[in-house]
Design a protein around this ligand. Structure first.
Ligand code: NAD
Length: 256
């Protein structure tokens, strides 16, 4: 049985992970961490809640974080100090936060992903294949849609897809966030990025690749946070066994 500490436990993803862990079996919730203002009224939920990860994280706990970007650096450092592997799903991180996570991963296993769904992992592989098969003159645009409460734009998944395009194309293309005014003609070495926000939409990413007289669209739609939660639990099983290091969803999938 893998003991879990859920950080951001009262949030949309925290609740989805707790539900999925209950259904999957093989996990126990050791503790839930929330901001003081978001802790449930006492007696509202069984088990341990805390306003401080430092109060509850023990060696060997697997910490699953879906909270907010300001929390992530200190949490990763705490995990390294305590010997608690980390599954990191919070998006909108600065490069300084990413550096703190990489440092923590020297001491504990950390699996970080902007998107834990199997479908997005497959989309990334399909994107690599499509780009490899096409001339680099084809234009790439990324369109993502999310619910109105999302705090960061573009989504972490959209940025990861853009980085994938840059990797396949040798890093030359810059990200262009929206267009307005007298923009001039579209340069080839550009990745257009468009974020739509509204309603309750869970997550939707389309990569459009446009040539002369034809387009390809690769699209993934997350209809339910269970898609992310089951991937996060697979990541928890992985880091519980893994040596220290910084891992990605690709490490979960292997060569499948
Ligand atoms: P949410 O706002 O519903 O939940 C976040 C929760 O974290 C809230 O309850 C908030 O009170 C809590 N929180 C914030 N700061 C905290 C802190 N310092 N300590 C403890 N708790 C804190 O948001 P959400 O939709 O659950 O998303 C959370 C994060 O996960 C976002 O960054 C989102 O982009 C990301 N996300 C990642 C994936 C993925 O697959 N990697 C999927 C969905 C969402």
């Amino acid at each position: 049985v893998i003991p879990l500490v859920l950080v951001g436990a009262a949030g949309r993803m925290g609740r989805a992970v707790e539900q999925a862990a209950g259904e999957a079996g093989g996990f126990e919730i050791h503790a839930r961490v929330e901001r003081p203002g978001s802790l449930p009224a006492s007696g509202a939920a069984a088990g341990r809640w805390s306003a401080s990860a430092g109060e509850v994280v023990r060696a060997g706990d697997v910490v699953i974080d879906f909270s907010g970007a300001p929390a992530v650096g200190a949490l990763a450092t705490l995990c390294a100090e305590r010997g608690a592997p980390l599954v990191s799903g919070t998006t909108g991180l600065s490069s300084a936060d990413e550096a703190v996570i990489a440092e923590a991963a020297k001491r504990v296993a950390v699996l970080r992903a902007a998107n834990f769904s199997l479908g997005v992992a497959a989309l990334q592989r399909a994107l690599d294949a499509a780009l490899t098969a096409l001339p680099s003159t084809w234009d790439v645009e990324i369109v993502e849609r999310h619910h109105r409460r999302k705090l960061d734009s573009p989504s972490g998944t959209a940025l990861a897809l853009a980085r994938r395009v840059q990797a396949v194309r040798g890093g030359a293309a810059a990200i262009r966030h929206g267009r307005s005014g007298a923009t001039g003609e579209r340069p080839a070495a550009e990745i257009g990025m468009h974020s739509l926000r509204g309603g309750t939409w869970v997550g939707d990413h389309t990569v459009l690749i446009a040539g002369e007289g034809e387009w390809i669209e690769l699209r993934h739609v997350a209809q339910d946070r269970a898609a992310f939660a089951s991937g996060a639990l697979a990541a928890a099983r992985f880091v519980a066994q893994a040596r220290p290091g910084l891992y990605t969803v690709d490490d979960l999938l292997g060569d499948r």
